[in-house]
Design a protein around this ligand. Structure first.
Ligand code: G3H
Ligand code: 13P
Ligand code: ZN
Length: 337
């Protein structure tokens, strides 16, 4: 059953664990996540960006997710919109059956230009009203991620717009968001840090300050791929050209989870795993041309990364802890608040 993300995050807070949110663009990626979740008995957050929605087309994505919910009825599963850039984008996702949306009002609709606090509050309030009326969860963002290479971001190092705890508190109070994405120096894509990150570039102290100010708020860490050297090496060994780079170490994410992080966004690690597996097949057996010969190992490589993260974030073993609440019931609860 597709469920509201709020329920998964409330349960994660009770259990003191984090839930990975993995990006998808196609069937193989959805299959990889669902199989990893089955193997580890994990609740699931599948997320699609605007780019994913236009690549796959909304209807294909939605029906693939319905198939996943039908095939894995025992796994509470969320379909979440990643980085919605406007009210219209979020509304179309809600109307299509997404059970959670992110309104990223930290940026203007171009997905690049930092917005004002007032704009962010205003657009997020509108999305919260439309979403909660249907029982759909809303993630907002305060502070701006760095980088621009992949997906959303304002460029730079990620330290220019680190989240201010007081502004975060005001934002949550004014908007009523269910989860809050914060900026602590991370960015999207493979090139986050030029060395193993320390406190000068990855602001875990700021995250802890925000958690202490807002202990009940579900925090979201974007740009949380660890960019493991082993995955970089496979790509480069088989003809790829990645420059040396560092991501967010898993132990830092685990520190975040001990301090209020309930949703952890991972896309790049899965992209690296799939691409490495495909390169290996094409390099070692150049005579092959059946897509299944490389998509199957790619799917398996992604499944392994996702299962490992599910275990590391602590969600493994928690799929059967609770009964899914229908969205209509969730909507009635919001209305009664
Ligand atoms: O926002 C970042 C995610 O990795 C999605 O990236 O916009 O290229 O689909 P995308
Ligand atoms: P990565 O690029 O670090 O995987 O981050 C993904 C993300 O934050 C999607 O919103
Ligand atoms: Zn993100």
């Amino acid at each position: 059953m597709l469920v509201a993300m709020r329920q998964l995050l409330d349960e994660a807070a009770k259990g003191g664990y984090g839930v990975g949110a993995f990006n998808v663009n196609n069937m193989e990626q959805i299959q990889a996540i669902m199989e990893a979740a089955r193997e580890t008995c994990s609740p699931v957050i599948v997320q699609a960006s605007r780019g994913a929605r236009s690549y796959a087309q909304d209807r294909y994505l939605y029906h693939l997710m319905l198939a996943a919910a039908e095939l894995y009825p025992d796994l509470p599963t969320v379909l979440h919109l990643d980085h919605g850039n406007s009210y219209e984008t979020c509304k179309s996702a809600i109307d299509m059956g997404f059970t959670s949306v992110m309104m990223d009002g930290s940026l203007m609709p171009d997905g690049k230009t930092p917005s004002t606090f007032e704009y962010n509050v205003d657009v997020t309030q509108k999305v919260v009203a439309a979403a909660h009326a249907k029982g759909v969860t809303v993630e907002g963002e305060i502070g701006v991620l760095g980088g621009i290479e992949d997906g959303h971001g304002a460029g730079g190092t990620g330290l220019e717009h680190v989240t201010d705890p007081e502004q975060a508190a005001k934002f949550v109070e004014l908007t009523g968001v269910d989860a809050l994405a914060i900026a602590i120096g991370t960015s999207h894509g493979a090139y986050k840090f030029s060395h193993k990150p320390d406190g000068a570039v990855l602001k875990m102290d700021r995250l802890i300050e925000i958690h202490n100010r807002l202990p009940k708020v579900h925090l979201v860490m974007h740009g949380s791929s660890s960019v493991p050297k082993e995955l970089q090496d496979i790509i480069n060994q088989y003809g790829g050209k990645l420059r040396p780079t560092w991501g967010v170490p898993v132990e830092e994410i685990q520190l975040g989870i001990r301090n209020g992080v309930r949703k952890v966004n991972v896309d790049t690690d899965n992209r690296l795993a799939m691409t490495g597996a495909i390169r290996k097949v094409l390099f070692e057996t150049p005579e092959k041309f059946d897509p299944r010969d490389y998509l199957k190992p790619a799917r398996e490589a992604m499944k392994q990364v996702v299962a490992q993260r599910m275990t590391q974030f602590g969600q493994a073993g928690h799929a059967a802890d609770y009964q899914p609440i229908p969205l209509a019931v969730v909507a009635a609860r919001y209305a009664a608040q």
